[in-house]
Write a protein that binds this ligand. Sequence first.
Ligand code: GH3
Ligand code: MG
Ligand code: MG
Length: 565
Amino acid sequence: MTSNKSSFELHLEKLKLEYKGQLAQKVGSIEKDWQALGSNWQVELIKTLHRNVHSMVGSSGTFGFSAISKSARELEDLLKPLLEQTDEAYKPDEEITLNADLIIKHLFDLVALELNPVKDVSIHKSSEFSELGKQLSQPQLATVAQDILIYYLDSETTAPELLLQNLMSYGFKSKHFRSVDQLLAAIEHKQPSLIIIDLSMQDDSLDYIFERANKFVQKNIKVFIFSGKDDFNSRLRAVRSGIHSYVTKPADIPALVGMIRNHLNLNINKPTHILIVDDQESVAEFYATILQQAGMKVTIETNPNEVLPIMQAYTPDLLLLDLNMPVVNGDELAAVIRQIEQYQSTPILFISGNAHPDKKTDLLEIGSDDLLSKGMAPEELVRNVKSRVDRAKILTAMMYQDSLTGLLNHAQIQLAAERVFMHYKRQNSTFTVAMIDIDKFKQVNDTHGHLGGDRVIKALAQLLQQRMRVTDYIGRFGGEEFLIIMPDMNISDAGNLLNNLRKSFALIKFKENNVSFNVTFSAGIAVNTNMNNFIEQIKNADEALYKAKKRGRNTVCTNMAGDEN
Ligand code: GH3
Ligand code: MG
Ligand code: MG
């Protein structure tokens, strides 16, 4: 953590240095434009000049050059009334000219003061900086199931097989040990993420087992107790030993997997994605670094015209917009975004060099969440962004998720299908959708009850969440029907993936009222090639599913004639 923090600070320092390196040239260009205006008044040029000065107010403030920011603000105030002068014969009066000249000279002095004496920035250090820059541009992703190693301790030889097989179906790596000694030797070799201990260990006393379990907890390993006893005393002992979860036999596998996912933080499957739009790349990169450090994924765009396609491709969780940009202003851009229904609840935060309270009110009217000042502290930015995103995520989850499974609901998965379809059509590349339907589900309900049926639906939803990539979209299309969208996936890879899922699902042992049973599903897949729209593609997947049902179920078919996996 400590080294991470210092690399973060080094990276900010690097950006600040880069900006500092450009300062002299920026002031030089301001001076040049101002002199040109003295001899020949041009409306476009005064606009450019004013904008450049305004940018300097914000960006120098951001990087901590407060004296420069303050002088630039004085110049900005001086130039502002001149924006009204559209007459080409206009000449600024002497007082304005003199003042502007003085401020520009003062700006040069301030920049020189920053640049000299140069602090000890050696060549070695700057190459170190660029390394760090690369590292930081990689956001942290949540752990995936394949990286999770589970050790299972049980003296019995046969019974654990089923549990281990089920955990494997969900993509976890697991290993069975019959004695504490064996387990200890394995931990020496490789530390697992989780240890499940069966309390019915034949040769060891409970005291010994709990004492051991507590040692594992202290080593930062999650420990679950698996027990046939469901009495208060056993649970209390587990609590006192710091055990993370107490699971009773027979294990409800989907519930167990749910607990594992929670304890190992597997449920946070997509990092928060922020889109920063600022015409000054260095400023955007500065904020990006701060947000990446806080674990978020960040995309930078310097051209407001490119924002809509980016939103369509990535659906960011929040937009951070520079208020003053050339060509299209931040508030205009926000108004355009708000006109599109699907982005009406995406939080928008503005950042500006001069965050005037009056402006804030105007912005609230067009649906902005807040106006932040460019000079704010990094923690303040992170706090503001996080609270907006969290709130929006809760609201979105309530609106978009299916309540039984937590997957996208019917409307949302269709929207996703439409969005992905348009994106891939533009890119002229391939993606595949799959329609999955549980086989003979009516019979499952009839035999094991509606609640039993619900548990099967949840188990399949969880399996899909666990095994699909974070870039895939998974939705509950109807009762026991699921739609999956797999970007960048061709039909044969999708076929393999679905077939593996099909086999894993068929292995999951369900238990209702002491009756064990297995369930299967059928799936139809269709690629976007030669499709006119997303509805046609979904219809093709549905037809392929129908084919799979006709061929006897527990099968995956494609939409191509005679083709089946
Ligand atoms: P097939 O193999 O042809 O798909 O047969 P099936 O029995 O699965 O198909 P059918 O469409 O005839 O039956 C689906 C059943 O799923 C009917 C409905 O009562 C049940 N169902 C739909 N939604 C839910 C739900 O949320 N929970 C439960 N438990 N059952 C549901
Ligand atoms: Mg059905
Ligand atoms: Mg069905």
